[in-house]
Design a protein around this ligand. Structure first.
Ligand code: ADP
Ligand code: ZN
Ligand code: ZN
Length: 835
């Protein structure tokens, strides 16, 4: 043993500390002490396990390493290190920081949304008996049941739910904890499990030695089944030509067939001729790029592409305003190829629903296995594979939903946001309440990457940026090939009602066009932005309307399931046989949703094969694709659906689109109602008449004079935009003003309203009455048993120091929350740039 002084160790003696981001809504980072054995390995972006508070063990991410001990608390040691190399890179840190500050939330909340849960250790709370319990409390029946079971094993929350047969177990557990008879602890488990398949291969020695090899054959001479198996293996793998093939082996199910039995295989395994091993495989099917015919860009597409590339020299962002069917996808493809050839990564954002459709298979044909898909319907394991695949360089191109802005890109060159006007790019709940399009622009800025936003109906904000010169603007105003835009016709339903020509909700015009369309063997899409059978039931005797018990909305009638459902909280009840108020059996559904249209069609067009596409029919992983495929193949003639039918679908034989209830959309009480209506009506209309077939669109309305309808009829985005912009300017809305929506929530009505009023009173003197609007009771003022009150902050785009205002809002909110006991359950939710 040597007593020599180790100088290297001495220099490292200084204690290191790590600031970590915990996946919790904490405003500050927390500091931990780095154990000596981790000192060489800790770095920003690496995941660690830490204890937080008395009882919690969590996965956190190191944000920085330093040597400053925290002043007001004793730093605990990091418990474990999960990564050799960073899971989160410096670009991501920058983005997370920006998001937290811009969208008024914490970095922990951003991190929590960003990292797939497979990369977090889950800490599941469990309870166990407290060995030190010496109280003498009375226990309720439920409590006794739990205590009995705890003598046998520890219980997780979900175990307790099963045991008691109910969901609300928190009160019981709280009471047990308070009595000190149980303690809570956390159990950690790593969630991500790579997908493996079990494979078979020859043992290496046998292949390496000619002698052994011959011996094996001699041994098997009389054992016909085993010999067949061995020969089949050699034939399938061609190991004699190339020994390396043995390393990859063969999957069991490939090897085994009618002639070779599993029992022969197990004998060969037992006798050490074959061996079994696990191979980690990708969850994503390999893609074959052969047989793809080249597509040549049209003249208009080439021009658009070249204009965009030219604009890249001077602008960060370019808006591609191309009408429906103009062929934007092929332009994207060329731009993506260009960026990939330059060696950089590419991100293409798509709205949630468009991701399962044609555009994905089109892109897959071009980019094959380079392309990773990031979708919320994918399992967590699949998302972890995409995350890791970007780090390892396997995927250089990602198409994904809004959350793909969080992925670990380190060399992004191009970001494309398709259908940039889509409101689903905004995350509404929970925090971070971010706009993925705007976040993507920020992300691109950090990478010095270029951005292309594409839409047939750009958002007012984006068009404003593009026409005032801050962004580039490129237009494609003709449909690709022979296709022309559809003819749009208004149908006056008031008039039809007066002459009694309506059949339920179908105008005679629409029905006869539908018949014609089907006779010609074409297809039709019917759009009604409301699912279920009827939005509410009404008692004909006492006028009672069944409402949700937790929300201030009527329950929607779903006929197929015989249920009443709340579309806000998911509450479900059986359909009542009689009025709950007066007992009458005369209960009538009012209004109509997609289910009723589907049902009525069976009556009016018994021949037609009708499919419905809405949230209710697309809950399973592949149901959406199946419906689309059946429609594409002509199995169904009519597709009835909600907004889902408006997104990026491209069908050859659709010549008719019917739109119901346009008025409700137009008169929705929101400053974006006109914009939304124009976009949705134009997008649905755009489904009609592609590839040479002239299409027709019928819009049913009670008021054929409405401006917006005529802008849609004329396909006149410019006219819509000019008028809308004036309104926005007149009433201080975006793009001229920035909005922050503040929602006050409380299980009781009074504290919610009191708080809102007090908050406004605090803000008014500092911001002025032009900038503070409300408090305002929203149309639906109770959701999930919380009463809601809104306050709107409107801020001029240029004159105002945004960070200062946000700080002010947060400061007043937290002071006010602490000022009065009655606010102990009050929540304040900030939504910056609400959708
Ligand atoms: P958009 O997204 O602008 O609405 P799409 O990209 O869906 O338009 O294109 C409309 C149709 O035209 C699609 O069926 C597409 O396959 C076809 N198309 C577009 N560009 C070409 C091209 N260069 N060659 C052949 N077909 C094309
Ligand atoms: Zn009644
Ligand atoms: Zn509800």
């Amino acid at each position: 043993m040597s007593l020599e002084f180790n100088s290297e160790e001495y220099e490292n003696e200084q204690t290191l500390f790590a600031d970590v981001i915990l996946p919790l809504p904490l405003p500050l980072m927390y500091t931990y002490r780095v154990p000596r054995e981790f000192a060489a390995k800790v770095k920003p972006g690496v995941r660690v396990v830490v204890q937080f508070g008395q009882k919690r063990v969590l996965t956190a991410v190191i944000a920085s390493i330093h040597s400053n001990a925290p002043k007001i608390y004793e730093a605990k040691y990091l418990l474990d290190l999960l990564d050799e190399s960073p899971t989160v890179n410096s670009y991501q840190f920058k983005l997370f920081e920006w998001m937290a500050s811009y969208y008024m939330c914490t970095q922990g909340e951003v991190l929590n949304a960003a990292v797939p849960s497979g990369l977090k250790l889950s800490s599941e709370s469990k309870i166990q008996l407290n060995p030190e319990y010496n109280g003498n409390y009375e226990f309720s029946a439920s409590e006794q049941l739990i205590l009995e079971e705890l003598k046998k094993r520890n219980l997780s929350y979900s175990d307790v739910m099963t045991l008691l047969g109910k969901k609300t177990i928190h009160p019981v557990i709280k009471s047990l904890l308070a009595k000190g008879v149980v303690i809570l602890f956390e159990e950690l488990k790593e969630k991500y499990a790579p997908k493996v398949i079990s494979k078979i291969r020859l043992r290496d020695e046998i292949l390496e030695s000619k002698k052994l090899f011959e011996e094996v054959f001699q041994k098997l001479e009389k054992k016909e089944k085993q010999l067949t198996l061995l020969l089949r293996y050699m034939q399938l793998t061609q190991v004699q030509q190339n020994k390396d093939n043995n390393r990859l082996g063969l999957a069991k199910n490939v090897l085994l067939n009618a002639e070779v039995s599993a029992s022969a295989l197990s004998t060969l395994l037992k006798n050490n001729i074959f061996e079994e091993f696990d191979q980690v495989i990708s969850r994503f099917a390999e893609y074959d790029l052969k047989n793809e015919k080249e597509i040549k860009l049209s003249e208009a597409q080439t021009r658009a592409k070249e204009e965009i590339l030219e604009l890249f020299k001077t602008k960060e962002v370019t808006l591609l305003h191309g009408i429906t069917g103009s062929g934007k996808t092929e332009v994207y493809i060329e731009l993506i190829k260009h960026a990939l050839e330059g060696g950089s990564q590419v991100l293409l954002l798509l709205p949630e629903i468009a991701l399962t459709t044609q555009i994905v298979s089109r892109l897959q044909k071009v980019f094959g296995n380079k392309m990773g898909i990031y979708h919320s319907r994918f399992s967590d394991n699949e998302r972890v594979e995409v995350w890791r695949g970007i780090i390892s360089g396997k995927f250089s191109f990602i198409i994904g939903v809004r959350s793909s802005v969080f992925l670990p890109f380190d060399n992004l060159g191009l970001v494309i946001v398709d259908e940039e006007h889509e409101s689903s790019y905004k995350q509404y709940d929970p925090a971070p309440r971010y706009q993925a399009r705007d976040t993507a622009i920020m992300l691109a800025r950090f990478h010095h990457a270029k951005v292309v936003l594409g839409s047939a109906t750009p958002s007012v904000e984006s068009y404003y940026q593009a026409t005032t010169g801050r962004w580039g603007l490129v237009k494609m105003d003709k449909r690709f090939g022979e296709a022309s835009l559809p003819e749009i016709v208004l149908v006056d339903t008031l008039r039809e009602k007066k002459f009694k020509t309506m059949q339920n909700d179908f105008s005679s015009v629409l029905l006869s066009e539908l018949k014609l369309c089907l006779e010609e063997n074409h297809q039709a899409i019917l759009f009604q932005n409301r699912r279920g059978y009827a939005p509410y039931l009404n008692c004909e005797d006492c006028a009672y309307i069944p409402k949700c018990t937790s929300c201030s909305v009527s329950l929607t009638y779903h006929m197929h399931s015989g249920e009443l459902r709340c579309h806000y909280c998911g509450h479900v009840e059986r359909l009542p046989q009689q009025c709950q108020a007066c007992g009458s059996t005369r209960i009538k559904p009012i209004g109509f949703g997609t289910e009723k249209l589907e049902d009525d069609l069976k009556l009016f067009l018994p021949e037609a094969r009708v499919q419905r596409m809405d949230l209710d029919t697309t809950r399973n992983k592949n149901s959406y694709q199946n419906i689309i495929q059946e429609f594409e193949s002509g199995k169904t003639n009519v597709l009835v659906g909600t907004q889902m039918v408006t997104k990026g679908l491209d069908f050859d034989k659709v010549t008719l689109v019917g739109i119901f209830d346009a008025d409700r959309m137009i008169h929705f009480p929101d400053f974006r109602a006109a914009e939304r209506s124009f976009q949705i009506l134009s997008q649905v209309s755009g489904r009609a008449g592609r590839r040479g077939q002239k299409g027709k669109v019928l819009i049913q309305t009670t008021n054929t004079l409405q401006n917006i309808l005529h802008q849609v009829i004329r396909h006149d985005y410019e006219a819509f935009y000019q008028l809308e912009l004036q309104e926005r300017e007149r009433f201080n809305y975006p793009p001229f003003y920035r909005l922050i929506k503040i929602t006050i929530k409380d299980p009781e009505k009074k504290p919610a309203h009191d708080f809102a009023q007090a908050f406004v009173n605090l803000l008014l003197p500092e911001l002025g009455s032009k900038r503070v609007l409300g408090p305002e009771t929203p149309v639906i003022d109770k959701i999930r048993n919380n009463y809601l009150v809104d306050i709107f902050i409107k801020l001029e785009k240029d004159k105002i120091k945004l960070p200062a205002v946000k700080e002010l809002l947060q400061k007043h909110a937290s002071q006010l929350l602490q000022s009065d006991k009655s606010y102990r359950s009050t929540q304040v939710v900030f939504d910056v740039d609400p959708a």
